[in-house]
Design a binder for this molecule. Sequence first.
Ligand code: NAI
Length: 336
Amino acid sequence: MDFTPRIYFYSAQKYDKAFFEQANAAYGFDLAFTESPLNADTARLAEGAEVICAFVNDTLDADCLRALAAAGVRTVALRCAGFNHVDLPEAKRLGLAVVSVPAYSPEAVAEHTLALILTLNRNTHRAYVRVREGDFNLKGLLGFNLNGRTVGLIGTGRIGVATARVLSGLGVELLGYDVHENPDFKALGGQYVGLDDLYARSDIISLHCPLTESNHYMINAESIARMRDGVMLVNTSRGGLIDTEAVIAALKSKKVGHLALDVYEQESDVFFRDLSDEILADDNLSRLLTFPNVLITGHQGFFTHEAMTQIAEITLRNVAAVSQSETCNNELTRRL
Ligand code: NAI
């Protein structure tokens, strides 16, 4: 390498620093970290860095990308799979290379999905709190067997298939809907059906597709009406797939029997922060937190030792390839 690029990390937590410094032993990049999220106002902090590294809730709109380019940034390295938060055409126009980590331990998110399903299904979240208070009563903890139930997966890519694999040991019927069929899903005994069929037959529906312009709010009042009464909805994909107000109405009417969210449409104002001393300003999130049959985690599906190690290694490998003008398969701006 002719020079050592400086990489400026936004939204960086202590654990990001630890995993990236470990992976950087093989590269020797100049790493700098800030907890500040990235947006048009904070972009100038990257002055002097050729590369910035951003996370899922950073705002990489046209204004931000222009400010980054003006600050001398040449490469945007996303340390996540999703890129719905990046204005890619604008990045391309500005000559910025945008790289991402399309695949890292899909099992991490699949196993978290299974944990959410099994927790909600057996009310373990309520039992945990109750038993610690010395209350050993079972009232309200009645669950149902997963064996014999039907699970519908929307999106059968890497995470969808990994989820099908962990679920396949539980004796469930697996239905799938995807815009492209994946033979790995069929090999696990999964059956592709239309969305209407999946909605009508599934006891549990789990989302594993990316958020795009065409599927924003795909789970809305109209689609929920087509689902089974008491359906369990699980979203570990992207918050914008669900119309939160519609799902709150369906929880109140008991049409939706259980809801598990690892992602939330307004999560960027809340997730990855300690707000325990503050008043929660988000009324929809506050309402969701009052339901006994709703389980929310703060976008932690990816958060395992294995996934973090892979994210750090792949991100730095991407930066090395782009800096050395090598072909980088993870460069999103090349595909436009
Ligand atoms: P992938 O690209 O391997 O699979 C996505 C699948 O969705 C593909 O098979 C694709 O054909 C399908 N798809 C695209 N549009 C669709 C639509 N409108 N309806 C149905 N299917 C559609 O992606 P992967 O790795 O499985 O990730 C899936 C999503 O999981 C990501 O887009 C991201 O939003 C989310 N994710 C969440 C994490 C977390 O920590 N909770 C971590 C990583 C990813």
